[in-house]
Design a protein around this ligand. Structure first.
Ligand code: FES
Length: 199
């Protein structure tokens, strides 16, 4: 887990794709620090998405943009993020990563094909999504070091291996042309807040 103290506030910032690991132990103790994963932030350009700022920072973020971590430990939660005349359907959840830690994450549930709402798979943890309309599947990269785009090629030429960013919900089947849009989340106290969404 990477954590950096910041102004003595119990704030832990994470980006969907990015993030700071929350181990089971950390979930039960005060959260201190602030880290944003640069790889995940780089996702922004790849989504051809419009960024919606829900709140400037976690300190002015309304509670309706958040979910208690204790609820996420029971399973993914759907939240409608309202901003002005927009309503962005989102799902919050915990991803169990390859390093054994839990990472909070959130995604815009609008399918990147024709916009049907996707459903999370994986039970208690977020592992991916399926779209009921035309059968697109999305898998969440759960390796903090990224996931090979082409595992066979990466095995042959590791130095040229292209890797998907950690927590990206990428297409594994069906007609969807792009990964699901990420939502930037921040943890403050015992809640996970959505601070930015992409539509
Ligand atoms: S709208 Fe999701 S696969 Fe077509």
């Amino acid at each position: 887990m990477t954590m950096v103290d910041e102004d003595r506030r119990n704030v832990l910032k994470i980006f969907i794709g990015s993030s700071v690991a929350l181990s089971l132990g950390a979930l039960t103790t005060p959260l201190v620090g602030s880290v944003i994963n640069a790889k995940a932030l780089a996702l922004k350009g790849e989504y051809s998405s419009v960024e919606v700022v829900l709140c400037e920072n976690v300190d002015n973020c309304p509670e309706e943009y958040s979910v208690p971590i204790s609820e996420l430990r029971q399973g993914p939660k759907f939240v409608l993020l309202k901003k002005g005349n927009m309503a962005i359907p989102a799902v919050f959840g915990l991803v169990k990563a390859a390093d054994g830690k839990e990472y909070p994450a959130a995604y815009n549930t609008v399918c990147t094909h024709f916009g049907c709402p996707v459903n999370p798979t994986g039970g208690k943890y977020l592992t991916g999504f399926v779209c009921p309309c035309h059968g697109s599947f999305f898998n969440i990269c759960n390796n903090p070091n990224g996931c090979p785009e082409n595992p066979d090629e990466c095995a042959k030429t590791p130095d040229k291996c292209k890797r998907r960013p950690f927590l990206e919900a990428y297409v594994t089947g069906g007609p969807a042309p792009r990964s699901l849009r990420p939502i930037k989340v921040v943890v403050k106290g015992d809640r996970v807040y959505a601070v930015k969404a992409y539509i």
